[in-house]
Write a protein that binds this ligand. Structure first.
Ligand code: PLP
Length: 429
């Protein structure tokens, strides 16, 4: 039996191999490249799922983890002090810019968002949440309830009363074709209308991804979250920024995605890249909100010594090598190159830094075309490039390579992508 058949025989049906019947088995990696079980090597433009933020087999990170494992792991659980955890919390608190920030570590982005919701609902004594359509916040009962994306949210039974705001998608929906200023006005009107019409007035929090990840790298104009926050502040509502995909300099111009909006959120959730493959997530936020849970609560493995050692090494690497600057420079080269491509099937190239989405449509329309998207995806892979697929309609290719991506690698990937798009376009004629 093939590994795929064995996977299917033992995993639940709702956990398919997302990239299908010919999914690769990746067995090793180095830098920005991975090798599959047949020995073929690929340039990875998705960095796991924005998880391998520094790259594969990076000595500084592997050595830090090995050193920690060499201690016999030196205990896990929060019964005793964990130096690696405290040091990582100090760094994240400082980088958040939140005064008197507190940090709580988890094993994943899902748990980070659950924890943020727990704190926000407790401090506000309300279970009403505002979420954005086309969002993704995790796979638990609570986070599925605030995920505005049918493919990923099976939960119509919600622990929260959730009300939905429009996403800033400029291709379709109520923000279609609006200018940046008009998007902000429309979003604020939408928020005021939702607050006035369908909430009981005591909303706990609004949760937003600065750039919607799973939703296809859809993002609003700079300042959008700031405009929301003015209205939220009038009503005492908290702002939670889900930085699981956008944090740590990935967006190039800023260390956190929310900084493009001139806001400091009450709570910020993080995961994915900070562990560079090791399970690590958490929440950083304002002390009065972070302290609001009225019971002792530990996570046995959250911020465990090995993951925290990885997190410290990752963060030091990001800062020591100015990976935010690299994301800005290399991301600009990629964005420029992709925006020069002119095909009827390519309706949008958007994003920031090393977080870039390409949206594919039926020529001459804004109708999503998941088939042509899948074709470009396959052609990229045939050409030796791994990219991500996603978006509400499955018609967005997502690029989220390691932040160490070099200019040469960016040009190599760009050439493969350009060739794949040209070939898919030609096949339609
Ligand atoms: N939030 C965002 C924005 C995400 O993209 C994800 C995962 O893709 C999550 C939360 C959930 O994180 P995890 O899969 O680590 O639970």
């Amino acid at each position: 039996m093939s590994l795929l058949d064995r996977h299917r025989a033992v995993m639940p049906t709702w956990m398919p191999v997302y990239y299908g019947d010919d999914a690769l088995e990746i067995v090793s990696g180095s830098g920005r490249r991975v090798t599959d079980a047949t020995g073929r090597t690929y340039l990875d433009f998705f960095g796991g799922v924005l998880t391998t933020m520094i790259g594969y087999d990076i000595a500084e990170i592997s050595d830090a983890v090995r050193r920690q494992i060499g201690t016999g792991v030196a205990h896990t659980s929060t019964l005793y002090l964990i130096r690696q955890q405290v040091e990582l919390a100090e760094k994240i608190a400082r980088l958040s810019g939140i005064p008197d920030a507190r940090v709580f570590f988890t094993n994943s982005g899902t748990e980070a968002n659950e924890t943020a919701l727990l704190m926000a609902t407790n401090v506000r004594r309300s279970n009403q949440i505002l979420a954005i359509k086309n969002s993704y916040h995790g796979r638990s009962f609570g986070t599925m309830a605030i995920t505005g994306h049918r493919t990923w949210s099976s939960s119509s039974l919600s622990p929260f009363t959730v009300n939905w705001l429009a996403s800033a998608d400029r291709l379709r929906g109520r923000m279609a074709r609006l200018t940046d200023a008009d998007v902000i006005d429309a979003a604020v009107d939408d928020l005021r209308e939702v607050l006035a019409t369908v909430t009981a007035g005591d909303v706990a929090a609004l949760i937003a991804e600065p750039i919607q990840g799973v939703g296809g790298f859809v993002h609003g104009p700079d300042g959008l979250l700031g405009a929301y926050q003015k209205v939220l502040a009038e009503n005492g509502i908290l702002l939670i920024a889900d930085e699981v995909q956008t944090g740590w300099g990935r967006t190039g111009d800023h260390f956190w995605g929310y900084e493009a909006h001139g806001v400091t959120p009450d709570l910020v959730t993080f995961a994915k890249g900070i562990g560079n493959g090791f399970a690590l997530g958490g929440v950083v936020g304002r002390a009065p909100v972070m302290n609001a849970v009225p019971a002792i609560s530990f996570s046995t493995f959250g911020g465990n010594p090995v993951s925290a050692a990885a997190g410290n090494a990752v963060l030091d690497y990001v800062l020591d090598h100015d990976l935010q600057g690299n994301a800005r420079t290399v991301g600009a080269i990629l964005l420029r190159g992709l925006r020069e491509l002119s095909y009827d099937i390519l309706a949008a190239v958007r994003g920031r830094g090393l977080m870039i989405g390409l949206e594919f449509v039926r020529p001459g329309t804004t109708e999503p075309d998941p088939a042509v998207t899948a074709r470009v995806f396959d052609l990229c892979r045939e050409g030796g490039l791994l990219v991500g697929k996603g978006g509400l309609h499955g018609n967005v290719l997502r690029l989220g390579p390691a932040l160490t991506l070099t200019v040469e690698e960016a040009r190599e990937g760009l050439a493969i992508l350009a060739g794949a798009i040209a070939a898919a376009d030609a096949e339609l004629r």
